[in-house]
Design a protein around this ligand. Structure first.
Ligand SMILES: NC(=O)c1ccc[n+]([C@@H]2O[C@H](COP(=O)([O-])OP(=O)(O)OC[C@H]3O[C@@H](n4cnc5c(N)ncnc54)[C@H](OP(=O)(O)O)[C@@H]3O)[C@@H](O)[C@H]2O)c1
Length: 249
């Protein structure tokens, strides 16, 4: 039987681990060809080897999402290899912690904006324009509930993700009707990012303010990503949807 995403090409930044890898596995299971992009080629190759268990075609590519030169080269290479990209998932992100506001360096601020906002802008502009002048496509941005709530110790990150929410709406407007652009606003998920958290404190304090009273497992973001990329979401664009156990409530 034909799988739902057979014949589709899905590019996932930060696809080598965490939420990106969970989404890569989800799309591979549904038959999509997957491009895994992160800084470390070995991690991308290792992830692609796992995805191949689903019998899909994969491409591993090392690029820093904050570097537009690297991104443009990567996009050219993907179009040369597959001839198209149907789904772009701007997932790569980082949120370095710092001890106090006055210790946020200009370099740290620039890096956070660069990875979480500047890269997704360029990829959406480059790939989205090609999608719009071709046979259309879907862009999914991975933002954070830090974009809509106070985020002490991660102010630049919250601001960058708020920018990503804003880009979601503007790109949806600019690239429609053939390209749909949506955003998943993630709450706390158990990935490498959460290794920096004090889990005892999280479970005793933060989790109590979350209706589902726990952090999410990476596989719990996959269903919405598959839905947003599918024809079932054909009338959904410019939407910013939380997947956070209710933490934004
Ligand atoms: N986990 C959470 O609690 C949480 C909450 C809210 C939002 N989010 C958002 O969800 C997304 C995924 O987070 P995650 O928890 O899955 O993170 P993760 O486990 O730390 O994985 C991050 C991924 O991004 C890649 N990456 C990091 N910096 C990069 C760069 N400069 N260029 C290219 N790739 C880069 C990493 O691979 P390399 O190291 O090989 O580059 C890795 O594949 C992020 O946008 C994050 O902000 C996560």
């Amino acid at each position: 039987m034909r799988k739902e995403f057979e014949g589709k090409v899905v590019l996932i930044t930060g696809g080598s681990r965490g939420l990106g890898k969970a989404m890569a596995l989800g799309f591979a299971e549904k038959g999509a060809s997957i491009v895994v992009v992160s800084r470390k080629m070995e991690s991308c190759v290792r992830c692609c080897e796992e995805l191949q268990a689903y019998g899909v075609e994969t491409l591993a590519y090392a690029a820093h999402v904050g570097d537009w030169g690297q991104l443009d080269k990567m996009v050219d290479a993907v179009y040369e290899h597959f001839g198209k990209i149907d789904v772009l998932i701007n997932n790569a992100g980082m949120s370095p912690l710092y001890p106090s506001l006055d210790l946020v360096s200009e370099a740290l601020f620039d890096k956070v904006i660069s990875v979480n906002l500047k890269g997704p802008f360029r990829l959406s502009a480059n790939i989205g324009s090609r999608m719009a002048s071709g046979s259309g496509g879907v862009i999914i941005n991975i933002s954070s509930i830090a974009s809509v709530s106070a985020s002490p110790r991660s102010e630049p990150y919250g601001a960058a993700k708020a920018g990503l929410n804003a880009l979601t709406k503007s790109f949806a407007s600019e690239l429609g009707p053939s390209v749909r652009v949506n955003c998943i606003m993630a709450g706390p998920f158990l990935t490498d990012i959460s290794k920096a958290w004090d889990m005892d404190q999280f479970n005793q304090e933060a989790a109590k303010n979350i209706p589902l009273q726990r952090a999410g497992e990476p596989k719990e973001i996959v269903g919405l990503a598959l839905y947003l990329a599918s024809d079932s979401a054909s009338y959904t664009t410019g939407a910013i949807i939380p997947v956070d156990g209710g933490a934004h409530c």
